[in-house]
Design a protein around this ligand. Sequence first.
Ligand code: ACM
Ligand code: ZN
Length: 656
Amino acid sequence: MKHFLTILLAAALCFDSFAQTGPDVLIPKPVSATLLQGETSADVAVKTVIGGRKFKAAVKGLPDYAAKEAYRLTIKGKTAVVEALTEEGAYRGKMSLEYMKLMCGDGRLAACEIFDYPRLRHRGLMFDLSRHFRDKDFILKQIRIMELLKLNVLHLHLTDDAGWRIQTDKYPLLTSRAAWRDKATWKEWDESGHNYAVEGEPGAFGGYFTKDDIREILAHAAKSHITVIPEIELPGHSLEVTKAYPGTACLDSTGTRPVFTSDLCPGSDEALQMFKDILDEVIDLFPSEFIHIGGDEAAKTAWKTCPRCIARMKKHGLKDVDELQSWFVRQFDEYLASKGRRLLGWDEIMQGGLAPGATVMSWRDTEHGAIAAAAGHDVIMTPCNWCYINRNQDNPLALGEFVGGYLPLSRVYAYDPADGFPDTSRLLGLQGNLWTEHVPTVENFEFKAYPRAFAIAEIGWTPQEQRSFDGFRPRAVLLTDKMRSFGYNPFDLNKEWGERPEKSIELNHLARGCKVTYNLPYSSQYPAEGESALTNGLQGGWTYVGDCWQGFQSDIDVTVDLGKIQQISFVGAHFLANIGAWIGFPVKIQVLTSPDGVNFADTTEVLCQVKATDDGAVYTLLGDFKERQARYVRFKAFRSDRKFHDWLFIDELIIK
Ligand code: ACM
Ligand code: ZN
């Protein structure tokens, strides 16, 4: 027995000695990596050389930002040597070593030489901490992964309607009131009328970072050479501010009562002064060059009738509310510039004219970024169709709460931020954004963030021509498996479904290609292929955004003309439900048929057994159908009268 154990142990050691970990595990993939003869143990001694002559020569010709982060890591004999121009570069090199050591476990490190530097200077993640607050330790935990991935910017979305998340001494109600609400989850809070609460009272949910929390986060981030950019939203997404300080809200047309929308009043001197004061405190805390002021999605409706807004427009000769927004943003552009900082904002800050010093974060599409760059502004790309890593990454049945389009790892990875830029000199980089309306837990946050954040890291670092998804995916599997053993909850790529299988299957049936008359119109927001959508044979993917699902903000009522009298034995349809996006299943389907399109009879009715919470599934509703002859088929689907079941989505009307 003893002999057998000895053999087993010897075999295990022997196996270990063959298990070498080298640069081929790394995300992001290094610019160049060469295997050398030999191997070493993971407790290799590390030597750092900063500013050496040979290394200076090696990075000559690289752009400044790339040279600053460049490193050479040579693992040979019993030593790992990290060469760099700066501490930052050396840190990136040490992270490559750290990463390989993590993957190596008790195994051996391959002798190798890596020479590496980033493609782009801004490689970021944004965390929305307003919709669901996460504490300091959560942020520190994510920084640990970010540094391994050589991500270098953490953008914190600190203020929004759903909660103010940073201590501000001069305006204490922003933390004692605006940071608290009456519901734990954003969804419940959104559905129940946006009620706030008071810090310390029973039933108050929320929280905020104290200045000491922020200092601790900043200290950790600085050690990791990660810049933290704070976002303080204005003038939209600010309901929590106006509720706490009504003087910052617009007035009704009589000028007597505040009007609470999500927008600040750009005519309010109190709002203007308050945000300058807040920015003073923010600047005192955060050393980042950029301060993000939000700027997205202001509705601007109350501005049209608010006497203060009207007076502001008149005084400054502003022709509309877009110019009023632009004027408001400019005040902060100038203010930040006077303090030696730069304004960063979502691409809506281009409306009414972009402030001269502004840098644009292009989120709605890629075009706004390209336009801003062409006008001489720096841009950071975060287009939602590739970079919103809160979106649905797989079969929604396996995922729980979500809204938005289908964004699997492969699609994120396929993004090239240079697309659409004839000249990339103004392209600072890219960022993955994680909005948390539908991210109620830490586990769900990590599930959505990883591994898609890995793709953002590799896009920003690795030269475009050296990237391939086939090469990347196995490395992503390795890292997610490793993360799990450290208490993270990344999405499990081993269980990935991929796109809804039906999407690649064209349906052939009697109605294919037949004319559809819409007795009730489809929504112009979600037309799919328009009037041919329901009979084109094409089936939709996992989510409602895309080419195949047609949306109705009403019941559905359509008539299909089969061209001639036909024998019909089946009528059915696919529906999609996503309650988070207010899309429900129908509660009833009705089918009527006619030989002439005038006289309809033979009504078949199906009551659909759906629960209020049924979500994310794609159902085929089979009509329990009596065979008949007809040329015209009128198909009706009825919405539930439940709250938040406003939409119906259908991809194909199947008649056999
Ligand atoms: C945004 O997604 N509203 C920036
Ligand atoms: Zn106003």
